[in-house]
Write a protein that binds this ligand. Sequence first.
Ligand SMILES: C[S@@+](CC[C@H](N)C(=O)[O-])C[C@H]1O[C@@H](n2cnc3c(N)ncnc32)[C@H](O)[C@@H]1O
Length: 209
Amino acid sequence: MVKDWVRWHEDYEAPGSSLSRRLAVVREQLGGALAEGPKSLLSICAGDGRDVLPMLASEPGGRSVRALLAELDAELADRARAAAAGLDLPLVEVRTADAGATATYADVEPVDVLLACGVFGNVAEADMSRTVAALPALTNPGAIVIWTRGRGDEGADPSVEVRARFRAEGFTELAFVAPDDARFRVGVCRRSGGDPVRLPAVPRLFSFG
Ligand SMILES: C[S@@+](CC[C@H](N)C(=O)[O-])C[C@H]1O[C@@H](n2cnc3c(N)ncnc32)[C@H](O)[C@@H]1O
């Protein structure tokens, strides 16, 4: 069954919900990234853009960041577009597009900040690995990547594999937020120096399960 992602976003409205707490962490980490003065940002599976857009509007230099939000759901993409317009952010493009398809990035220049929030928990581990391996092609050397992953109720914490994958692909972890009383994890990594990298010659990086 296809998940109702519009409905999923409603949990953001509940104060103290895990999702609203996660949002606060993502925004705080994004604030740190914006303080470095990035010129460009990409959010994959961006939802309605509530993590990125208010920060671009409020943080110093945020309004001069060229941002691309890629979101498959037309209603959520419309909401993000309306939010960007309402915040007067003309450098934001919201693309109703499949962020799992490499073709979507054909005209996308590498960015200084990339968000992959709410992605890795919805795809197979092999897709997570393939996506993390592709991030050096989508980012500039020194770029910051902010990602999220949830843990299960008991035992397993798949964020361990995500962190290991980032390390293996040459990223340095800047922060990892994992509150004891919440299931979400937020990771922040920096791409180490390096030459430009090409996207892998595969049609897809990931598909939501
Ligand atoms: C868990 S939500 C996360 C939304 C947002 N990043 C956030 O953290 O609030 C996952 C989002 O991915 C979108 N999505 C699912 N498959 C996608 C794809 N192939 N390309 C782009 N977006 C996709 C869904 O519509 C949904 O908005």
